[in-house]
Design a protein around this ligand. Structure first.
Ligand code: ADE
Length: 235
């Protein structure tokens, strides 16, 4: 079983993932488990303070190191105690390595992951130095916290786990796993608002269909995402 531990001030948000759809089914089938750790539970003042004003001044609040490091430590202990041999601790932040399918596949080789979701203006840098192995961004835009990014990463990882998606083909065929965009899909009816399903798909000639789909993938990728076709250089 894959083990995920998430350090977050908003653990309820993660039930969106564990209670719905493909990712919900994966948890129901015992293919992975997910435990949330709230840094607020690791405070020792009566007001359960998790943030403070930034040294040097400036807008917003910064998450204070001690509750975060304690929560991460507890999460790492849970990984160990459940038999995880290979684990990484990831901080979701716009400063991180930008997520793509290749990084998802790399991260899928770990038995477990600890994910740290920040809030406010960020976390005290010493938390990253002390407890984080890797920073990951889900794209060049800023969200109000790391919870949605953590869920994006988890969804991409969970759907790759054997037994989660029913047809093992459907995770091989799709956009990005091949480095190209997916071909267009059609289902019944044959004519919808005057628009016909491409004839070749009704032909039953599987070689023709395969060729047509390849051409569609390549054409779409050229047109919409030429950057994906450039030969690989350093990231
Ligand atoms: N936290 C806020 N914005 C983020 C982003 N784009 N990726 C990862 N974590 C974030």
């Amino acid at each position: 079983m894959k083990r995920f531990d998430v350090v977050t001030l908003f653990p309820e948000m993660f039930s969106a993932l564990t209670h719905n759809g493909v990712t919900g089914r994966g948890e129901g089938r015992g293919i992975y488990d997910l435990v949330c750790w709230n840094p607020r539970e690791f405070t020792d003042d009566p007001r359960r303070t998790v943030d403070d004003r930034p040294y040097g001044g400036g807008a917003g609040m910064v998450l204070t190191p001690s509750p975060l490091v304690k929560a991460i430590h507890t999460a790492k202990c849970r990984q160990l105690s459940t038999g995880v041999k290979l684990s990484k601790t990831i901080y979701l932040s716009p400063q991180g390595r930008v997520l793509n399918q290749q990084l998802v596949e790399e991260l899928s080789t770990f038995d477990g992951l600890v994910l740290l979701s920040g809030r406010y203006e960020g976390v005290d840098e010493r938390v990253i130095e002390e407890s984080v192995d890797l920073e990951v961004s889900i794209g060049d835009y800023v969200l109000s916290g790391g919870e949605l990014p953590a869920m994006v990463l988890l969804d991409a990882l969970i759907r790759l786990l054997p037994g989660v998606v029913n047809h093992s083909e459907s995770v091989v065929d799709e956009s990005h796993s091949s480095g190209m965009l997916e071909y267009p899909q059609y289902t019944r009816p044959e004519v919808f608002n005057g628009r016909r399903v491409p004839e070749v798909l009704l032909s039953g000639h599987h070689d023709d269909i395969r060729r047509w789909r390849q051409e569609q993938s390549l054409g779409r990728t050229r047109q919409r995402r030429p950057d994906l076709l450039k030969t690989e250089g350093p990231n």
